[in-house]
Write a protein that binds this ligand. Structure first.
Ligand SMILES: Cc1cc2nc3c(=O)[nH]c(=O)nc-3n(C[C@H](O)[C@H](O)[C@H](O)COP(=O)(O)OP(=O)(O)OC[C@H]3O[C@@H](n4cnc5c(N)ncnc54)[C@H](O)[C@@H]3O)c2cc1C
Length: 260
């Protein structure tokens, strides 16, 4: 019998199984899902999952050549207006969720630029992880563009979070930065004086306020550089404005709207 109180998903969908979950903090969780059907996506794209008829898009942090799809999700409590994430928080390994059969999104690597400045807040780092993993896994990706070769590329992940335990991929990014001179990781906490950040020895302040300084020190040609911004709408707005009257190229992905 159809439950009239539950939203019904219209259109085509398939399913996926939650095969692993890992809690980072009270409100940050990583999911690994196994789609019931072959699932094709480009690094930087998002999938749409659902529980009880409620669906939301989630950027994918795994590379397309990995077996499972990895997601990094912030739980928005019911009292703050969350709908799907409180349900996701209760999903245990083995749970089945709906999955739209097609990945979507145009927030993908811009191969025509040499330098890639990946700015993100907390879960906003997700699309960059997929791009970096794919770049390192696949010597034929991306396809050459405008005479630029793989050796020309540099990647700089600038990630902001309130607290040091919210970065999500800091271990991986620190390792990659140590191993490859074309990858840098620059994390910053915006609440450095709070007890939870007592052991923090890195950069301090909101990441949007640090982007211009970072670019100036890097000294790359703005015309050869793409600045990406993903995550918190205010951060994106601010970085976008800072790039507006420059020669830097700018692309963005907003996870939610400020006035929602
Ligand atoms: C292209 C795209 C990719 C996305 N990728 C991710 C991802 O990788 N990880 C992820 O956690 N979320 C991601 N989101 C956001 C996600 O789709 C949901 O909106 C979010 O998980 C909240 O879902 P909800 O149903 O619980 O709350 P909703 O009903 O969607 O929203 C409830 C309220 O919470 C606000 N809100 C939504 N997300 C946040 C947040 N993170 N912090 C504070 N307020 C918020 C909304 O603006 C709204 O006011 C993405 C969104 C888009 C459009």
């Amino acid at each position: 019998m159809v439950d009239a109180a539950r939203p019904q998903i219209r259109g085509r969908f398939t399913s996926c199984e939650l095969v692993r979950r890992e809690e980072l903090t009270e409100d940050l969780v990583k999911f690994w899902i196994k789609p019931a059907q072959d699932y094709v996506f480009k690094p930087g794209q998002y999938c749409t999952i659902g529980v009880e008829g409620i669906e939301r898009p989630y950027s994918i942090s795994s590379s397309p050549d990995e077996e499972d799809i990895e997601l990094f999700i912030e739980i928005v409590p019911v009292e703050h207006g969350g709908h799907l994430t409180p349900l996701l928080d209760h999903q245990q390994v083995g749970a089945e969720m709906t999955l739209r059969p097609r990945a979507k999104g145009i927030f993908i690597l811009q191969p025509q630029f040499k330098h890639h400045i990946f700015v993100g807040t907390v879960t906003g780092v997700v699309p960059y992880i997929s791009m970096l993993r794919k770049f390192l896994n696949d010597p034929n990706w991306p396809e050459p563009a405008d005479g630029i070769t793989r050796e020309d590329y540099t990647f700089h992940v600038l990630e902001g979070a309130s607290y040091l335990d919210e970065f999500g991929y800091d271990e991986e990014l620190n390792e990659l930065a140590e191993k490859h001179d074309f990858i840098s990781f620059y994390p910053s906490v915006s609440r450095p004086t709070e007890e939870r950040n007592a052991s923090w020895a890195g950069a301090k302040g909101r990441i949007n306020l640090l982007v211009e300084d970072y670019l100036e020190k890097l000294g790359v040609d703005p015309k050869e550089t793409c600045v990406y911004a993903c995550g918190h709408p205010q951060m994106i707005e601010d970085v976008g404005e800072r790039m507006e009257n420059t020669d830097y190229n700018f692309v963005e992905e907003r996870f939610w709207k400020e006035d929602e």
